[in-house]
Design a protein around this ligand. Structure first.
Ligand SMILES: Cc1cc2nc3c(=O)[nH]c(=O)nc-3n(C[C@H](O)[C@H](O)[C@H](O)COP(=O)(O)OP(=O)(O)OC[C@H]3O[C@@H](n4cnc5c(N)ncnc54)[C@H](O)[C@@H]3O)c2cc1C
Length: 385
């Protein structure tokens, strides 16, 4: 076992922190949260720093980063601006799907642009009928006159109103018997066409990242717009699930760390009855509990990332990391709120935003109930759904 920090990882952490200190400080972040937008100019600036291209292979203009590196970048972004981290997660997953399952033409067309911050792709899986029972989706696509015609509706498609294209999971062929996962395809559908209508849904947390309802009323996509094998879209997605869970876990590690840092400082500075409030056990104990949980989720996430990066099986560990980190972030922000007293509720306090931003974790990208079901199954218990 080696817990020695890796110099490249530490350099990446330092560079992210110094970017925020120099160019994206708290007042600007608060402004974007209130405006509910990550401006495209900011995304272009981040492209100069190589962030959107971190997981794009080097031959397509990125730096070919592994999951360990991705988790570090995501954690550091989330410490300051979780909505931006979520934006980054979606882009990094787009890079992974395209580079692992795209055709040579798709890679050449999209990956350079994605690394340059000029192409944004959303994921359209969830529908109004449900997100957990995703295989019951209703969106259909058929090949008509040499192109795909997509009919249906998606819900909670993050970044769709900023995106150039949505990777739409839809049924192109009938299921094979009871196997609903068969016959689904991933079609890269351009957003900017009359037949695609996008409606923003305003969120309580992760506001600047935004999520949308998408109406696909005979939307068109070229015949070669399928990413991965036709009829095997679900299996294409499964290849990226562990990456996504580990990177999401790192986002909640970042939120927990940020909440703890700022609250410990507050407990040192704020006085009551002539002493810093941090001198009282009632304040110290929840902070100590949070510090322990932070260490636990950091280790779980790091181990899952290490397993993934070294080509080992990691689906249980990735699921555990996502669940533990997302729930720890909720507990941490709640405890820290109490320590901050009234200031925790004021918008000037970053904790107010962290508290809201942490709320997404227990059900995205998969609900923690389903994660528990999965872990139960991995222990050899019967499938519960
Ligand atoms: C801000 C935001 C961004 C999102 N971004 C995207 C995106 O970009 N693309 C995308 O496709 N989706 C996205 N989602 C959707 C997200 O993945 C779903 O919300 C999630 O999968 C849960 O689906 P649901 O909300 O439809 O809940 P439901 O499926 O209706 O579930 C409701 C509750 O029932 C529980 N439940 C259901 N079935 C079982 C079972 N068998 N056992 C135990 N419990 C069960 C669930 O865990 C949950 O607690 C986003 C959601 C939000 C809020």
């Amino acid at each position: 076992m080696n817990f020695e920090p890796i110099p490249e990882h530490e350099a990446l952490r330092d560079s992210v922190r110094s970017f925020f200190d120099r160019e994206l400080q708290e007042p600007k972040i608060r402004e974007m949260d209130r405006a509910r937008r990550v401006p495209r100019d900011l995304w272009k600036r981040l492209a100069q720093l190589g962030w959107p291209g971190l997981t794009v292979p080097t031959e397509y203009g990125g730096s070919g980063g592994d999951v360990m590196t991705s988790a570090i970048l995501c954690e550091e972004i989330a410490r300051r601006f979780p909505s931006l981290a979520n934006y980054w997660v979606i882009t990094s997953m787009a890079a992974r799907v395209l580079s692992e399952s795209g055709t040579e033409e798709q890679k050449a067309e999209y990956l350079h642009k994605l690394a340059a911050g000029e192409f944004l792709m959303s994921f359209g899986m969830t529908e109004p009928g449900g997100g957990t029972d995703i295989l019951g989706l209703k969106t259909r696509a058929t090949l008509e006159g040499g192109e795909w015609v997509v009919r249906g509706q998606k819900l909670y498609t993050s970044l769709a109103d900023d995106a150039n294209a949505i990777l739409v999971l839809c049924r192109t062929h009938p299921p094979e018997g009871a196997k609903r996962s068969r016959g689904l395809s991933l079609i890269l559908t351009p957003v900017h066409q009359e037949a695609v209508k996008v409606r923003r849904l305003e969120l309580m947390g992760q506001r600047a990242g935004c999520t949308c309802e998408v109406f696909l009323d005979e939307a068109r996509a070229p015949a070669d717009a399928v990413v991965g094998e036709v009829g095997r879209g679900w299996h294409t997605l499964l290849r990226t699930l562990n990456d996504e869970r580990i990177i999401c876990a790192s986002m909640y590690v970042g939120i927990t760390a940020a909440a703890l840092d700022l609250t410990v400082q507050y407990a040192k500075d704020r006085t009551a009855f002539g002493r810093p409030i941090g001198a009282y056990q009632a304040i110290q104990h929840p902070l100590a509990d949070t510090a322990i949980e932070l260490e636990q989720i950091r280790l779980l996430t790091a181990r899952a990332a290490w397993l993934h990066t070294n080509g080992r099986e990691c689906s249980t560990e990735a699921a555990m990391a996502k669940l533990a980190a997302s729930e720890a972030a909720i507990r941490a922000t709640d405890r820290c709120m109490r320590v901050l007293g009234g200031f925790g509720l004021v918008e000037e306090s970053p904790l107010e935003r962290l508290f809201r931003d942490a709320r997404l974790g227990p059900f995205s990208p998969i609900s923690n109930e389903m994660v528990r079901n999965f872990i139960g199954e991995r222990m050899g218990l019967p499938r519960s759904y």
